[in-house]
Design a protein around this ligand. Structure first.
Ligand SMILES: [Zn+2]
Length: 363
């Protein structure tokens, strides 16, 4: 095996203390306080022959228990167990205060401060790479994001428009993106039809905030900003592509991202494969096809895909972190895996200067 350092570009360590009390429905707190209810339901499902449902409920329990860890450090320790000891992790916080699901016990400031502490205590200066987050609808959280970037030295920004704001929201366009540009740090954004949605955001509205083409004004205004569409459009769109079916709005986000990157017009646009590739058997062959071509578009894509997992959201899935990364390494081969798990993340983070000739010609 060749020697390289894996950079997992997409993990979460927030706990139930960073989640609103009534998320995702009123009374959710009751289940959180009495999680064995889920196990009881799993037992009943098995009893009536619903094995699949029973497994799903058990994984839901596993997910719920993961979020109940007392600190973000404990969650980090759990994910680190799945990777070689010198691996690096980009940690993405969440700002769920404005989602309309009630009070969040721990503030965004405390969530950021805890991440800074984890970074400072980690063995090796670059092991933990914390990103800052915000909800642009809340001026306090915009200021908090700025503080995390300047005072705490965070190395990127995570946004989550599906919560209920546009990617070209004024606070982002006028305050956060210019700052990101100046600091020369990357931005990660949630780009799939799944995940968290604000309580007053219907699917149609959520898709409108999330679809890759919603970022066109951002890409035009900030052409040098290194922006990553997380999840490569998401499992729903990958599945629709593989099965030649249609998705909501009759557009496939995987294809949109592939074409936006492959076309060469946006040299600083990236995507990550987190969560999506946990449906491994269905999607790994397609990922390999997308990355292996000789044409210019595939060559560009090969340089713009990042390895990430989305721990601990993936605790709801059957495969473990380690199982997925071993399988990926096997299917893609060492060179390609190293490309997406080390080289590309280093370029995205701004640690490695790349040769841009793939983007200077036409395509
Ligand atoms: Zn995520």
């Amino acid at each position: 095996m060749s020697k390289f350092r894996i950079i997992n570009c997409h993990i979460h360590t927030f706990t139930s203390q960073h989640v609103p009390e009534s998320f995702p429905f009123p009374g959710a707190q009751y289940i959180r306080d009495n999680p064995t209810i889920i196990l009881g339901l799993a037992w009943m499902a098995r009893l009536i022959g619903q094995e699949h449902l029973s497994d799903q409920l058990k994984r839901l329990y596993q997910f719920q228990q993961q979020g109940e860890r007392a600190s973000q450090q404990e969650i980090l320790d759990d994910v680190a167990d799945h990777y070689p000891s010198d691996s690096r992790f980009i940690i993405l916080p969440m700002a769920l205060q404005q989602t309309g699901f009630g009070k969040v016990p721990v503030s965004l400031k405390d969530q950021h401060d805890e991440l800074a502490q984890m970074r400072d205590l980690a063995p090796g200066r670059d092991t933990i790479v914390p990103f800052a987050t915000l909800d642009p609808r809340d001026p306090g959280s915009v200021a908090e994001c700025q503080r995390a970037l300047t005072d705490l030295g965070f190395q990127g920004v995570k946004i989550y428009p599906r919560l209920g704001f546009a990617p070209d929201d004024d606070a982002l366009m006028q305050t956060i993106y210019p700052m990101v540009d100046k600091l020369d740090i990357p931005v990660m954004t949630h780009c799939s039809r799944g995940g968290v949605q604000g309580s007053d955001v219907c699917d149609y509205k959520g898709d409108g905030f999330t679809r890759p083409h919603a970022y066109l004004p951002v890409l035009r205004a900030f052409p040098n900003m290194r922006l990553c569409f997380a999840h490569f459009g998401g499992q729903v769109d990958w599945s629709a592509y593989v099965n030649a079916t249609e998705t909501r709005g009759r557009e496939n986000w995987m294809e949109q991202i592939r074409d936006m990157i492959g076309g060469g017009r946006y040299p600083n646009l990236w995507t990550d494969i987190s969560y999506t590739l946990f449906q491994f058997d269905d999607f790994a062959p397609l990922l390999r096809l997308l990355l292996e071509g000789d044409d210019l578009a595939s060559q560009r894509l090969r340089r713009r895909v990042l390895f990430g997992s989305d721990f601990y959201m993936t605790r709801q899935e059957e495969l473990s972190e380690r199982a997925v990364s071993i399988r990926l390494r096997n299917v893609l081969g060492e060179d390609l895996f190293k490309q997406i798990a080390e080289t590309n993340p280093q370029v995205w983070l701004g640690e490695l200067v790349e040769d841009k000739t793939l983007w200077t010609g036409q395509g």
